[in-house]
Design a protein around this ligand. Structure first.
Ligand SMILES: *Cc1c(COP(=O)(O)O)cnc(C)c1O
Length: 397
């Protein structure tokens, strides 16, 4: 059977025959209660859900589309990307277990691991963000139950050799959960490489318009699926049909937005890397990036997000740079249509071992604007940065 590309499949799912006359997009069904004609029908699962928590048309269509994209047998929705990461960890660990993850893990996930999970007897061991597979496996002990993979990692974008790690973890009977937000379910397929659970913040590229929060949890293995499903059921996790409807709409154009934003991001990254004010640009699609070989081998695309390490300079100059930008919004998150900028140095302090960088760390998210306009905006931002640097060099009066 020939398998169409993701680009085609994400759209063809909407127009499949045999579903009767209907709108192209699923109806937005808002329901807590679903009515039956007869008492016996209320117990007949083949007639669909009896209660809104099970999900109606838009949640089910989104689950099917994300499962297809990730090559999963099961997909659940979570109210945020953060919940999509924490739920499978809650489902798959028991008191006394240990989790192994990168020191560059997404900040709110670190908080969950060190606060909520630790208080319930599950501890976490952190490995260096640039650790090899052997070094990651050496971090695991006989108590380790699960490896949480984030590749590229948050803020500094270190790459992990995920196919090799999945094999090594399985050989030791360890479970793997991967945060696949950066690849948007498109550029990398964790389940195809033997990772047990692939999660995404659909908030980012699937949503694509900075107007919803949502997460997805995908799995193939039936035992893992049973545990995750039970936890979601026990905790009463569900998402709004409206948010699911918006994310489904976002998926239809996901491949085009992702590819176009990656092209622009690489242009901006290449330009910035050549600037005398910039020490390094952290982005695995750049040939100079330490993660470029793994990225080139395993990934078919890149997210439009860059770490920018300034050459020297103090935080005030970095803030002046960001505030001089007119096309970049000052705001968190990424994957939307609009460009964003943040100052990230303070976040690095939460790490066990903060990286030794040449200067302040900024993060840019590249949206769908013309990259030439973004570069011109960055050019005048760098002028502001230079002016602040010069005034700092003058002795104060
Ligand atoms: C944003 C993000 C999340 C969390 O998603 P939310 O929907 O904002 O909770 C999780 N992982 C990564 C890597 C992210 O960038």
């Amino acid at each position: 059977m020939d398998r169409h590309s993701d680009r085609t499949r994400l759209i063809a799912a909407a127009t499949q025959r045999g579903k009767g006359r209907r709108p192209v997009n699923p109806p937005l069904e808002r329901a807590s209660t679903l009515l039956s004609d007869r008492v016996a029908d209320m117990r007949d699962d083949s007639l669909g859900p009896v209660y809104g928590i099970e999900g109606t048309a838009s949640q089910n269509a989104l689950r099917a589309a994300v499962a297809d994209l990730e090559g999963a047998a099961h997909c659940w929705l979570a109210p945020s990307g953060l919940a999509a990461v924490t739920l499978p960890i809650l489902a798959l660990t028991r008191p006394g277990d240990e989790v192994v993850t990168t020191d560059a893990v997404y900040g709110p996930v670190r908080r969950f691991l060190t606060r909520h999970l630790a208080a319930r007897g599950v501890t976490t061991r952190f490995h260096a963000p640039e650790a090899t597979v052997d070094e990651i496996m050496a971090t695991a002990t006989e108590r380790t139950r699960l490896i949480l993979i984030e590749s590229p990692a948050s803020l500094t974008f270190e790459m992990t050799d995920v196919p090799a790690l999945a094999v090594a973890a399985r050989a030791r009977g360890l479970l793997t959960v991967m945060d696949n937000t950066w690849a948007a379910g498109l550029a990398f397929k964790p389940l195809a490489h033997g990772v047990h659970v692939s999660v995404q913040a659909l908030t980012k590229y699937a949503g694509g318009h900075s107007d919803l929060l949502l997460g997805s949890i995908c799995a193939k293995d039936p035992g893992v699926a049973t545990s995750v499903a039970a936890t979601i059921e026990d905790l009463g996790i569900c998402v709004s049909p409206d948010d699911a409807w918006l994310a489904l709409r976002g998926l239809r154009t996901l491949t085009l937005r992702y590819a176009e934003q990656a092209r622009s991001a690489l242009k901006v990254a290449t330009w910035l890397a050549d600037r005398p004010e910039v020490a390094r640009v952290l982005h695995p699609a750049l040939p100079s990036d330490p993660g470029n070989a793994i990225w080139g081998r395993d990934y078919s695309g890149a997210a439009s997000i860059l770490g920018v390490v300034m050459k020297g300079g103090d935080p005030k100059a970095a803030e002046g740079f960001l505030e001089a930008l007119t096309l970049f919004g000052l705001g968190y998150s990424w994957g939307g249509f609009e460009s964003l900028a943040t100052f990230e140095t303070p976040q690095l302090a939460f790490r066990r071992t903060p990286p030794a960088l040449e200067g302040p760390l900024l993060r840019l998210h590249i949206g769908l604007e013309d990259p030439a306009d973004l570069i011109a905006d960055l050019e005048q931002g760098l002028r502001a940065w230079r002016a602040l640097q010069d005034s700092n060099l003058r002795p104060s009066a």
